[in-house]
Design a protein. Structure first.
Length: 83
């Protein structure tokens, strides 16, 4: 095997290894340790659910601020029953 073929073989092996790492979700950090991330983070999902609930509450409050007084009283009663 001449030196040119050896360089091509090394580059090909490195490229194949990086494709396999990307496929399986292996992320290399700056110090060399491998971190495998498989699926969504539970904290992220919890925070997304919390943000959705807060957006719903803000929407209700916006509707309360723009409606008349009788509608306001009904919405307050709905919110009291919900919590």
């Amino acid at each position: 095997m001449n030196p040119f073929e050896m360089v091509v073989a090394i580059v090909a092996i490195t490229a194949i290894a990086s494709v396999v790492r990307a496929k399986y979700g292996v992320v290399r950090r700056h110090k060399g340790e491998d971190v495998i991330q498989r699926g969504p983070d539970p904290d992220t999902e919890r925070l997304r659910a919390e943000v959705k609930a807060l957006k719903d509450r803000v929407a209700v409050l916006e509707r309360l601020a723009t409606d008349g007084s009788t509608a306001l009283e009904r919405e307050f009663e709905k919110l009291r029953d919900r919590d």
